[in-house]
Write a protein that binds this ligand. Sequence first.
Ligand code: NAX
Length: 329
Amino acid sequence: MALRVCVTGAAGQIAYSLLYSIAKGDVFGADQQLELLLLDIPPMMAVVEGVKMELSDCSLPLLKDVVATADYKEAFLNADVAILVGAMPRRQGMERKDLLKANAKIFEGQGKAINDYAKKTIKVLVVGNPANTNCLITKTCAPSIPAANFSCLTRLDQNRAQYQVANRVGVPCDKVRNVIIWGNHSATQFPDVSQAVVVTNERTPVYAAVKDDAWLKGDFISTIQTRGAAVIAARKLSSAMSAAKAIGDHMRDWWFGTQPDEWVSMGVFSDGSYGIPEGLIYSYPVKISGKEWSIVQGMEISDFAREKMDATAKELMEEKEAALSFLGQ
Ligand code: NAX
């Protein structure tokens, strides 16, 4: 049976990299047939039709059907997976409150449509910013779908952190494991390598491998927190290729599971683990098996980490309060 995968923001720059990667089998497996449901807003339909033409021209054997639509029902009907990339971008002079309001409206509508039309087993990954809070709104508006089926993307931050450490130590990126991104996909996020290891013939803690605590507690953290802005400054466009790669990594791990002794970071519905308020979409280290994630428990949290984990939780509480107040308007 073909898997029905909805991607929103289908005319945008992330989707342009992402759709090819999904359609050629990188994410759901080399044997999994696919139907792609491409959603964007009505003025972008001609562009989505162009993307659809290109997908056809890629001549990909797994791709059974491509639907281009601006209609929520058509986009989410019987969907197995939804990757919500489309969002209202922050325009110059726009207040944070106005951004939250515009996005609350979008994700309220999409949450309701997922609730009404998608499969109850659907996995939803929210990418459009503010990703954590947009994910919370979507989940809130889809009460018939389990909370565990919603997540937001912090894998790009994890990948950025892995690269920075690997580059410093001089090993390939995949040798750096168990980096954690805590909290919000924003400048308050806390990239934490206190549990991370460099895996060569042995497993060396990152602090021992890097041998520069000041860098790991200072510039390393701020580099990850501001990397998105640095890419925009250089490219005049936000991260797209790397975002699409991270979406593929996130979804593939959710689908096929994580390796033993390894975890990945995902924004998930907080159950109060590590003293974070319940009911936020907060990025935690998770292990995945049988398409179900569980938060890695039992790690010691230093005072240094505590302060940073609480600061990003506080920002998410404020976003949540503002965004929920806009629902139904
Ligand atoms: P683009 O502006 O290139 O594309 C966005 C697309 O979404 C546009 O085609 C637009 O028409 C569409 N759209 C707007 N409202 C929609 C709606 N209600 N339904 C369906 N489609 C809608 O942006 P792109 O570079 O692709 O980025 C998309 C989003 O990803 C942005 O919100 C961006 O901030 C966010 N990102 C999140 C990241 C993360 O790690 N969580 C990293 C990358 C990226 O910055």
